[in-house]
Write a protein that binds this ligand. Structure first.
Ligand SMILES: NC(=O)c1ccc[n+]([C@@H]2O[C@H](COP(=O)([O-])OP(=O)(O)OC[C@H]3O[C@@H](n4cnc5c(N)ncnc54)[C@H](O)[C@@H]3O)[C@@H](O)[C@H]2O)c1
Length: 502
């Protein structure tokens, strides 16, 4: 087993990734020799490494070299040069000529084929992907990409090295975008489609944070990363997979063409001079008011059990309460709709669901929300859509105050916001597993570590139930008619299993 302490590592490319990777190996006790395109660029990169280490209260002992001198004793070569196959291939041919016979090559590419780099190097068995996240000094996840010809021993060793660096490795196959960037693609696409269908970016982001517990909303995250980068990776995914579900959304193309590439440009989905994401979020979020006195509540419907068990709900429950929540998170059946009508004859009713069918079937004077009650705080999407004839009766806000739930108003769009984002992300995670790119537990771990999502997509589907998630995806497919919403066969098979058990 390779020990990082004492090994010599050569790192080429001193952009933010190469600099961070050099420091991570340096910290773990490796001898690190770095190089960039010229002695001047290498010295400048090294100076930055030292400064960045100092800012973190560390001392870097990284050395500067040339490609040849760096390779003289190295047993591991990490390339973090520009994301361009021609540049990487030319570099790797040179590395083969000057490196030791047992040199292992690791690429930090985020989208290019590791197998193709293996061919360029001339011995694909010794080439592997080590995809660090930005900044490498802080992010714990490393995707370890085992290409078709990568030797098992090289892979095993790489896992050991990543662990010795204090990081968590997740193995995946050499498939475009690997795991995290691939699984999150639909999150970004759906967020943009929601904006194209009439929602404000701040609404989408506020719901992603409040309902799904994401650290950043998808649109503020895209603005942060740069919309040009996202557009380029969408084009790559579209080309590589040949599936129309990866096609870029016209909205982002338009923004990029106009130079509105995100936060660094001052304008993207948000106009940073007018209203940055935090202010937008504050504006669209209604905080809970004081809980009304003496109000009780009943919860019924196919998904009542989970809601009834939440402490914020449980303490207000009473069998004959004048306010009833009908909780139905899948597509409603005619019986569900009849039950809501029936309840409406003797109580005020608020439907808790996201299915577009309610847009046509919701009885007059009935409230429509989607309550997210899986974490400590309840969060509500509140449907208000004059265009669709959906208003918010007063009881709806009384309900939110009773539960201490913050709320965001959304349009009556299929799946509303949170279910649509989470279901589509989960469906992509299923595709990644179905095709053998990664294992479900690794996908969940990767999303938690790299994206800070409170739960991975497989844990999410277990909690929501495959039948419910697949039913919502089918509603999106029927309503919007885009094949991107087709549930994967793996999810469909789990639905069959659940249905047969029931
Ligand atoms: N930036 C990110 O968030 C991120 C995250 C994960 C992975 N990556 C990947 O990591 C790699 C580097 O990313 P970055 O953002 O640091 O890149 P960057 O473009 O900022 O920096 C690349 C550096 O490589 C140098 N370089 C180019 N050709 C070289 C050569 N032949 N030999 C030595 N140095 C050379 C350039 O002078 C530059 O300093 C890319 O493959 C990228 O896709 C980037």
């Amino acid at each position: 087993m390779t020990r990082v302490a004492g090994m010599t590592v050569a790192v080429a490319g001193l952009g933010p990734m190469g600099r961070g990777i050099a420091r991570v190996f340096d910290r773990a006790g490796a001898r690190v020799v770095v190089c960039d395109v010229s002695p001047e660029a290498t010295e400048a990169g090294l100076a930055l490494i030292r400064r960045e280490a100092e800012a973190d209260g560390e001392k870097a002992t990284v050395e500067a070299g040339t490609l040849r001198s760096a390779l003289r004793e190295a047993t591991l070569f990490v390339e973090a040069v520009v994301e361009n196959m021609e540049a990487k291939a030319a570099l790797l041919a040179e590395v083969r000529a000057h490196g030791r016979d047992d040199l292992v090559v690791a690429s930090n590419t985020s989208s290019l084929s590791v197998g193709e780099m293996g061919k360029a190097f001339g011995d694909p068995s010794r080439v592997i992907g080590l995809h660090f996240f930005n900044p490498p000094t802080k992010m714990r996840l490393v995707e370890v990409i085992k290409a078709a010809a990568t030797a098992d021993e090289v892979h095993e060793n790489a896992l050991g090295i990543v662990r010795e660096l204090g990081k968590t490795p997740v193995t995946c196959a050499d498939s475009p975008n690997f795991v995290v960037n691939r699984v999150c693609r639909p999150l970004y696409y759906e967020a943009q489609l929601l904006v194209m269908q009439g929602l404000e970016p701040a609404v989408v982001d506020a719901v992603a944070r409040g309902a799904l517990g994401h650290r950043m909303g998808p649109l503020e995250l895209l603005d942060f990363t740069g919309l040009h980068t996202h557009l380029a990776s969408s084009e790559t995914a579209h080309r590589e997979f040949g599936d129309p579900r990866y096609r870029p959304i016209p909205l982002v193309r338009g923004l990029v063409r106009n130079g509105m590439t995100g936060r660094a440009a001052g304008r993207g989905f948000y106009d940073y001079a007018v209203e940055p994401p935090r202010d937008g979020r504050g504006r669209v979020t209604r905080a809970a008011g004081p809980a009304p006195e003496g109000v009780s509540l009943n919860v019924t419907g196919p998904h009542a059990a989970a809601l009834r068990g939440h402490p914020a709900v449980a303490r207000h429950l009473a069998g004959d309460a004048p306010l009833v929540v009908f909780s139905c998170h899948r597509a409603p059946t005619p019986e569900d709709v009849e039950q809501v009508r029936e309840l409406g004859r003797r109580a005020r009713v608020v439907v808790d669901g996201s299915d577009a069918a309610w847009r046509d079937l919701l009885p007059a004077d009935t409230g429509w929300v989607r309550l997210h009650a899986w974490r400590e705080e309840v969060f509500a999407e509140v449907v208000e859509d004059p265009e669709a004839g959906v208003a918010v009766p007063d009881d709806t806000y009384a309900l939110l105050d009773l539960l201490g739930a913050a709320g965001v108003r959304v349009l009556a769009l299929p799946g509303l916001v949170a279910d649509r984002l989470a279901d589509c992300l989960a469906n992509e995670a299923y595709a990644v597993v179905e095709e053998g790119t990664a294992r479900p537990e690794d996908v969940d771990l990767a999303l938690r570590l790299a994206m800070n999502h409170p739960e991975g997509p497989f844990a999410y589907v277990r909690r929501a139930g495959p039948v419910t998630v697949a039913s919502r995806l089918r509603s999106l497919l029927a309503e919007i008619g885009d094949s991107r919403y087709r549930p994967t066969q793996l999810m469909r098979r789990q639905v069959s299993a659940e249905t047969r058990r029931a």
